[in-house]
Design a protein around this ligand. Sequence first.
Ligand SMILES: [Zn+2]
Length: 296
Amino acid sequence: MEISRMDLADLGSPETLVQGILKQVPDMPIPVPIEAIARAVDITEIAAIGASGFEGGLITDREKSEGVILVNRESSRRRQRFTIGHELAHFLIPSHLPQEGTKFMCTVSDMQESGTSKAMDRATRMEVEANRFSGNMLMPATLFRHDLARSTAPDLELLLGLAEKYDTSKEAAARRFCELIDTPSATVFSKDGKFVYAVWGQSFPFIPLRRDEPIPNGSLTARFSGSEGDLSNMDAVDGHWWVDVKPYCDRQLLEQTFLQINGYRLTLLQLDEEEIEEANEEDDLAESYTPRFRRR
Ligand SMILES: [Zn+2]
């Protein structure tokens, strides 16, 4: 793979940088070969190392003429792919400079930084941009949107399928899914019935839960029982279990949950009036069938 860094030199935002790379590699394979891209732009080595509290790093010189990317060897390959994309952004975005020296060291929470607040400090902004680059590079918007549009049911099954297709973690795919899907959506990560974190698209209301708070007991996520790998149906639930802003808390929303290993659950929440109505009609239908059946 050949990529000219010269042609990328004036592209300062994560999105334009990804566009610039895609322009030079129009037939980008999926899953995106992130390591080959890194090597094409002067990353000489990608090394897996062990160090606690660390997820990725970049060692470079002042001019960023070349660099070495470090990834946490304990992390899954899919996480490592996201980390490589993240460190590559620190390398390619001219305004990204390490706090001190010539070394970036990034933590797990750096890899989760998102948001659009103008008030964020310089260091946080760099992490947010690095994550945006990695998500955009691994899941190019045009292709990902096409996959979403082609689907008849934009649900968790689709999300999990897209994580497979693009070879990314469920978290990274969930973030991209919520960003690019037309239906206002959020995804919630929980463990052993406690909230871990959530990501949501712009048109989905804020979820006022904090880390380690219990998952609301009226939610499908709290009520659904099954075993690892089980996926619930998409069901309508009262909005107030998840959100507290009007009018959403007085309405219903759609909820679906996936049981991962070790007590982790991935939950999808969506605002879709038509689908909510349909889900309720199906419930009514199920109820009205029962007595009729009994009469016979
Ligand atoms: Zn970073």
